[in-house]
Ligand binder design. Structure first.
Ligand SMILES: Cc1cc2nc3c(=O)[nH]c(=O)nc-3n(C[C@H](O)[C@H](O)[C@H](O)COP(=O)(O)OP(=O)(O)OC[C@H]3O[C@@H](n4cnc5c(N)ncnc54)[C@H](O)[C@@H]3O)c2cc1C
Length: 484
């Protein structure tokens, strides 16, 4: 008999959250705090979505997406989670760049960038200040037709080196490109520049463990290995979800799953107005990633001065979007994890990440896929030799992930690392106007992705659902409505 992962679950809930990424977890927590009955359904065997980790023999724990986030996480975690979580957020001080144009170390905040842009790149202080202010003052209601490239051309014409300094980490942080709206750059860049780059002490496993504890304490019914096949809609309203062969009634669903998969997979195009379907079909997915995970043998010590915490390394002569996505890898972002990142442990690890296209991996025959993975690992070790001399002799465990890996574990179409491009935000926000009770809170539109963006989006959508449930219960008794 297969195990029943819904054993003891009720037949109806005020709200069902589909997916336990940071957006889904935070939405569930916020709604439970507001007094609603919440069911959280996750298809994977663990919570966290892309905020995840895995273990390898020898006591190694690899973090998949814990490379850096802005200071705003402290405030959001304190307010919407707990003091313990917020107090575990610490700054990464060694952010390094190494490419044919320049090599430097920075704390990656406004003060240090002002210094660097002046002394190293020769930009007048007034121009630097104006650029920072322009980036910081961007908001959603701004002109969305200006691209990031046009923004840079306005302040730093002809300066490819400065574009590289300003853009490379943001492309890595949210997949945005020079061709995307400047707004998507300005918001994320300014978030980082406010205080620098931060991480979670103790690793992703500790963070998700603390979040799960809080959810359960708050009464959220948390279920893993529960893949939702269908969100049932009739008469323009959400009625139920279908999961593991059961029908669970609800009047509100928040999907934390991929936006496109939610609309065309779980709900079905026929439930939306044709114009909306057209708009949803035009939403582009963001790119995916490859990663190489390296654990060093016990006793091996990595030189922090040479490697830093985050190292943006490239051999490409200039910064170009197509080069960043090419299977012929020239740019890698290395995260180095020191024992201080996981207090009480003595392990040193390195994760190399590169933006990648799903299509370059999806069509490969099995043997070619395995061969490409081996090449990915070997190419990364060759490149990392510059920073960790003799790296091959120092390795205890090595593994890699491709766009197919990300798709497999999170069900993100094409293994998208940061959800959808900017146009996805309007579609995500438009769902409840199409179907009463249908919401989406997951990576969309570049600014609502990444750890901070996804978490904050979870709060925003939970507040919408809270208002919906309040109105809904005052207008129509839930039990009558659901028995239709
Ligand atoms: C390689 C990589 C590195 C990254 N590095 C960083 C970084 O350094 N800093 C940063 O801020 N961000 C980083 N990110 C991005 C960040 O991890 C994500 O933007 C964020 O975690 C996404 O959260 P989310 O709420 O959108 O949900 P996701 O993490 O996308 O989770 C969605 C969840 O829904 C579940 N699901 C899907 N379909 C169903 C279904 N039918 N039924 C039930 N469950 C379902 C999935 O299993 C998954 O758990 C990185 C991403 C990648 C891929």
């Amino acid at each position: 008999m297969p195990r029943d992962f819904l054993q003891g679950a009720r037949d109806s809930y005020d709200v069902v959250v589909i997916g336990s990424g940071l957006g889904g977890l935070t939405a569930a927590n916020t709604l439970a705090r507001a007094g609603h009955g919440v069911l959280l359904l996750e298809q994977h065997y663990k919570l966290g979505g892309l905020a995840t980790w895995f273990r390898r023999p020898g006591g190694h724990i690899f973090d998949v997406s814990l490379h850096g986030f802005p200071y705003g996480m402290v405030k959001s975690c304190r307010r919407y989670w707990s003091r313990e979580i917020a107090d575990s957020i610490v700054q990464l001080r060694g952010i390094r760049f190494d490419n044919p144009m320049f090599s430097l170390v920075t704390t990656y905040n406004r003060e240090d960038f002002t210094r660097l842009l002046g002394s190293r790149f020769g930009v007048p202080a007034g121009t630097v200040a104006e650029f920072f202010d322009a980036a910081r003052n961007m908001n959603f209601y701004d002109d969305q037709s200006t691209t990031t490239k046009q923004l840079f051309d306005r302040f730093f014409p002809g300066r490819e080196d400065i574009v590289r300094l300003l853009m490379e980490p943001i492309t890595y942080a949210n997949g945005s490109t020079l061709e995307d709206p400047a707004l998507t750059y300005g918001i994320v860049f300014s978030n980082f520049m406010s205080k620098g780059v931060f991480t979670f002490e103790g690793g992703t496993d500790r963070l998700i463990g603390l979040m799960e504890k809080e959810l359960r304490a708050g009464g959220v019914d948390v279920r893993i290995r529960c893949e939702v096949d269908r969100i049932e809609v009739s008469g323009g309203r959400v009625r139920a979800v279908r999961v593991n062969g059961r029908r669970i009634k609800t009047s509100a669903v928040i999907s934390n799953a991929n936006l496109t998969g939610t609309i065309f997979g779980m709900v079905g195009a026929d439930k939306f107005e044709p114009k909306f379907v057209e708009q949803a079909r035009a939403v582009r997915l963001n790119n995916s990633s490859t990663q190489v995970y390296v654990a060093f043998k016990p006793g091996v010590v990595i030189d922090e001065d040479a490697c830093g915490d985050l190292l943006f390394s490239s051999t490409a002569p200039a910064f170009r979007t197509d080069l960043l996505l090419s299977p012929n890898i020239t740019s890698r972002t290395y995260s180095f994890y020191y024992p201080r990142t996981r207090p009480g442990r003595d392990r040193y690890l390195m994760v190399s990440s590169t933006n990648a296209r799903y299509d370059d991996w999806a069509g490969l025959a099995r043997e070619d896929y395995q061969q490409s993975k081996r090449s990915l690992i070997e190419g990364t070790l060759d490149a990392a030799e510059k920073y960790v001399p003799g790296i091959r002799e120092k390795i205890d465990a090595v593994d890699c992930a491709t766009p197919l890996t990300f798709q497999r574990y999170t069900k993100h179409l094409a293994g998208a690392s940061f959800g959808t491009k900017f146009e996805g935000l309007a579609v995500s926000r438009g769902l409840p106007e199409q179907i009463a009770g249908l919401y989406h809170a997951g990576s969309v539109g570049i600014i609502m992705s990444g750890w901070l963006g996804a978490l904050n989006y979870g709060v925003i959508v939970a507040n919408d659902v809270d208002s919906f449930l309040m109105n809904h219960s005052s207008q129509t008794p839930v039990s009558n409505e659901l028995s239709l």
